[in-house]
Design a protein around this ligand. Structure first.
Ligand code: ATP
Length: 765
């Protein structure tokens, strides 16, 4: 069948589409084909409004009031020079100042803009694609039609694509269709004629979100050719929005400008009253007005923000939204996940327990039954291992499961856990943070019938009443493991005869028989305790939020110094019984939240924010996105985080490490400290000039400083040194102070008094 370019991609059989692109779905395109297609078809991005170029930037700065005034002054002095009353020295200096000012503003702003663009590129979304038989993670902008993409829960669909295979794949297409319920996709849907995007069940669309399941698809449209491209002319505007700090500083700048202009008028009037020449006084007044306006302030802040952001990137904190830098400076609470952020996420299975037996250590030789328990744990897992290109064994998958598979390998039992002529895996009920368990279903090829193996948090395993005694014994073992900071997984299962429909599989997770427990050690990150201590000294509270059991969480929190006297652990079940009002009142008492689901994070953020806290919150899953958006600083995990979490975040931790958050806070505080120093420095200089000129005129000394002196002081005396401030690195004492409130005055902490004293001192000197 010939497929033309105006095709409804949902209509023909998927095989025809694959043929059209000449792609084998098990191998994907070759890099050479991709390169060719990229050259002819362009990038897989939506158009953006063009960014300002250097000429436009120069023109914008030329329209600055201070530049216009300076040009006016230059014209005036030129006129006077032609009249013969004055030399050409003055207009030349003024014009040089204009050029220097413009040059500095345009080049420095351009530098900042380029740095931010580079940063945006680093934080751009990635996707998994199959090329030449190898799974790669690539920038979504590099995708081309014909690419075979792998979709997983938490992915943002990187292009419009026709599905090839799916496993319980659901997509949230609200961004495209407005429909808020996720849609279950269906590869075998046969569609004809005009079908709206929301009903194209065998397609997925650019910018929508995979909320559950996984799948394989072939890209059919990229960039502006996608459905999203058709509806969004410009997703982003070319202009970068100002951060709250920049807006506040603009306000301050305006206030000072008014002080300068009023003073200049006053000086002008005074001079005229004293019988001085109109042209001389006009020049002095203009020079004073220009010198007193802190034009450099905005530029220094922009540069400070960008240099900080670049430094943060080197320290593994990738800033996605500039205002986050400022919010980091004010952060007073960090709500952090446990696994992988505070701990290493390197789960080692160290202890096991078989129902009816004793606890046994992973290092001892196993009996036949003990081996079977480990094999069953492995069968109920998805983690795998492979030999990489360097000949080293690499484990892939969930860290807890990797712990199981690794021990299985060490015991030489891997072969026994694979599908064989006795058992064949037929279905899976996937793990989710809400269910805290997963199941795998096997067909018994020898004896007939089926077997379900369920592993997960022990309290979430539906054990049949007849095993109440075993369950009681298991609880004691569980708590003993947990007190030793071990993560505990239970294993249960049952046999049954008839396999229900796919949609009814979850019903099988009932009346199970408990088989045993496994305890995993996940050591705390060595640097985490130090970072928590540093945060504490800086007046920042660390709160642990985990899906793990309360006893395990408590043991680790104590080890890390998170849980202190008078503070307690709250479980998800207890949290459900606490009203929002109560939580707001008591939130300071809780340092650890255990067995919570991502939705609970929203309530915790809200409670802290109601207590005037500035909250940094970490997250990695799809369901963490709302809490990441709500927090003052939403932080996504760079390694284990989903694209959705990254998309909702303000900052990405490229090393998933808690200590990076504290380092980023230090940088955020440094920005605020530099801004205060800049304000202090520029204002003392500028207002002293105003005071000296007014004082001189009132005292009858005439013009104390010539216009040229004022302009040179302005640019050489404070502009250039001010720019140096932007590069100042954080000092250790930044973390010895309490956090500054979000909208605290720039002049707080005695800065105003200090400045007034300094201005008087400078004026007198
Ligand atoms: P944190 O919230 O600290 O990052 P986490 O993300 O690891 O912890 P979840 O992934 O929600 O927390 O896990 C919660 C519980 O679910 C675990 O304590 C464990 O009992 C169970 N669990 C975790 N992984 C699996 C898995 N692969 N199979 C079955 N059960 C699991």
């Amino acid at each position: 069948m010939i497929i033309d370019d105006q095709l409804n991609w949902y209509e023909p059989p998927v095989q025809d589409i694959l043929e059209k692109f000449g792609v084998d779905p098990t191998r994907g395109l070759s890099p050479q084909r991709v390169l060719k297609l990229q050259q002819s078809g362009g990038k897989n991005v939506l158009d953006e409004a063009p960014r300002e170029n250097a000429i436009q930037r120069t023109l914008r700065h030329l329209l600055d009031v201070s530049i216009i005034i300076l040009l006016f002054a230059a014209a005036l002095s030129l006129f006077m020079a032609f009249q013969g009353g004055k030399t050409f020295f003055e207009p030349i200096v003024i014009l040089s100042v204009v050029i220097l000012n413009l040059g500095l503003a345009v080049t420095q702003e351009g530098r900042a803009e380029r740095a931010l663009e580079a940063l945006e590129k680093m934080a751009s979304p990635t996707c998994t694609v199959l090329r030449d038989g190898v799974r790669l993670s690539v920038d979504t902008a590099e995708l081309v039609p014909g690419d075979i993409i792998v979709l997983e829960t938490g992915d943002i669909v990187p292009a419009d694509a026709r599905l090839i295979e799916t496993s319980s794949l659901f997509a949230d297409e609200s961004a495209l269709t407005g429909e808020s319920e996720p849609v279950e996709k269906n590869v075998s849907a046969e569609l004809e004629g005009t079908v709206l995007a929301g009903d194209q069940l065998n397609m997925v669309f650019f910018g929508t979100v995979i909320t559950a399941g996984n799948g394989l698809a072939v890209v059919v449209a990229t960039g502006m050719d996608t459905q999203m491209g058709h509806i969004a002319q410009f997703l982003k505007t070319g202009k970068r929005a100002k951060t709250p700090l920049q807006k506040r500083l603009d306000g301050l700048g305006r206030l000072i400008s008014w002080v300068a202009i009023v003073s200049a008028f006053f000086l002008f009037a005074l001079g005229l009253g004293r019988g001085m020449q109109v042209s001389d006084m006009l020049m002095v007044a203009i020079a004073l007005a220009v010198a007193a306006v802190p034009e450099m302030l905005a530029l220094i802040v922009t540069l400070t923000l960008t240099t900080s952001v670049q430094r943060m990137t080197k320290k593994h904190a990738l800033i996605r939204k500039l205002p986050a830098v400022e919010a980091l400076g004010n952060a007073s609470v960090i709500c952090s996940d446990k696994t992988g952020t505070l701990t290493m996420n390197r789960m080692a299975l160290t202890q096991l327990w078989l129902v009816g037996g004793d606890i046994f250590s992973a290092t001892e030789p196993f009996t036949r039954e003990q081996e079977q328990l480990l094999i069953d744990f492995a069968r109920a897992s998805n983690a795998t291992s492979k030999i990489d290109e360097y000949g080293e064994k690499r484990y892939l998958g969930d860290a807890t499961e990797v712990g199981i598979i690794r021990l299985l390998d060490e015991k030489g039992l891997s072969e026994l856990a694979r599908d064989n002529d006795e058992y064949r895996r037929v279905a899976e009920i996937p793990f989710s943070s809400e269910r805290k368990k997963m199941s795998v279903i096997f067909e018994d090829l020898k004896e007939g019938g089926y077997l379900i193996l369920t592993k997960g948090a022990m309290e979430w395993l539906p054990i049949a009443d007849e095993y109440a005694d075993e369950l009681e014994a298991a609880r004691m073992i569980h708590d003993e493991f947990a007190r030793r900071a071990l993560r505990v997984l239970g294993l249960a299962g049952k046999r049954f005869d008839v396999l229900p429909d796919e949609s009814d599989l979850e019903e099988l997770e009932s009346d199970l028989e408990l088989y045993g427990l496994a305890g995993f050690i996940d050591p705390p990150r060595p640097e985490a305790a130090f970072a928590i201590e540093e945060a504490k000294r800086a007046g920042i509270r660390t709160v642990m939020i985990t899906g793990d059991h309360a006893v395990t969480a408590k043991a680790i929190a104590e080890e890390l110094g998170i849980l202190e006297e008078g503070q307690s652990v709250l479980t998800g079940a207890q949290l459900a019984d606490v009203s929002d009002r109560e939580l707001i009142d008591k939130v300071r008492n809780y340092s650890v939240y255990a067995r919570v689901s991502p939705e609970d994070k929203l309530r915790i953020v809200n409670a802290w924010q109601e207590n005037d806290a500035v909250v940094a919150m970490t997250g990695d899953g799809v369901n963490d996105a709302p809490a990441l958006k709500m927090a003052d600083i939403g932080i996504a995990m760079g390694i284990t985080g989903t694209e959705v979490a990254k998309g909702a975040s303000d900052m990405i931790l490229t090393d998933d490490n808690f200590a990076t958050i504290v380092a980023a806070i230090k940088e955020g505080r440094n920005v605020y400290s530099i801004v205060r120093k800049t304000i202090y420095f520029l204002l003392v200089c500028n207002l002293s000039e105003v005071a000296i000129m007014l004082f001189g005129q009132i005292a009858g000394w005439g013009i104390v400083m010539s216009p040229i002196m004022l302009l040179l002081i302005n640019i050489i005396g404070d502009g250039i040194p001010g720019l140096r401030l932007a590069n100042e690195v954080p000092k250790p004492d930044l973390m010895e102070r309490r956090p500054v409130k979000k909208d605290a005055s720039f002049f707080g902490d005695g800065l105003f008094k200090h400045m007034a004293r300094q201005i008087i001192f400078c004026t007198l000197a």
